[in-house]
Design a protein around this ligand. Structure first.
Ligand SMILES: Nc1ncnc2c1ncn2[C@@H]1O[C@H](COP(=O)(O)OP(=O)(O)OP(=O)(O)O)[C@@H](O)[C@H]1O
Ligand SMILES: [Mg+2]
Length: 143
């Protein structure tokens, strides 16, 4: 389910948010993936969920790099627990929001967020007061 109401963005706990900030470059995608995979592994989520988390953050970080930043702009990845399940957030400095278009058979792009939508119970995006935006995904606690 895509959620565009920023009020419905999952609330991070006061402590226990893991944060990775990198400069936008192709390697930032792997950095975000490894960071998230390590967090899910350390918190003893099962292998299927670690795999899912890797896939989700790869799509969000690829988008932040490709669509939401110029080289060197910050990309921030955050992970935390909520009562509903673990949440992955990717923040970038661009105010441009994701746009999910209907899939076409011959399109070569526009698949990433559609795939995320199938994999998680809820995801969404919101502009940030400090500028830029966040794209977030709530994962089921069990894959
Ligand atoms: N972080 C972002 N910043 C700005 N625009 C974004 C961001 N993420 C997505 N978008 C916009 O939403 C569209 C859909 O994203 P999506 O990931 O589904 O497709 P894609 O990145 O174009 O292709 P694919 O992921 O299949 O390689 C993008 O084409 C882009 O226009
Ligand atoms: Mg994409």
């Amino acid at each position: 389910m895509m959620i565009t109401d920023s009020q419905l963005r999952p609330t991070p706990p006061p402590t226990g948010v893991a944060v990775l900030e990198v400069e936008s470059e192709p390697e930032s995608i792997k950095a975000a993936r490894d960071f998230v995979a390590d967090w899910f592994t350390e918190h003893e989520y099962d292998g299927d969920l670690v795999y899912l988390a890797r896939t989700v953050v790869t799509e969000l970080a690829t988008n932040a790099h490709r669509h939401g930043s110029a080289n060197g702009d910050p990309i921030t990845t955050r992970v935390f627990h909520t009562d509903a399940g673990p949440v992955i957030e990717v923040l970038d400095a661009s105010a441009k929001l994701p746009s999910v278009e209907p899939l076409t058979l011959d399109g070569l792009t526009g698949r990433g967020l559609a795939m995320v939508d199938l994999m998680v119970p809820a995801w969404g995006f919101a502009r940030l007061q400090e500028g830029g935006k966040v794209v977030w995904a709530l994962l089921r606690a069990h894959a």
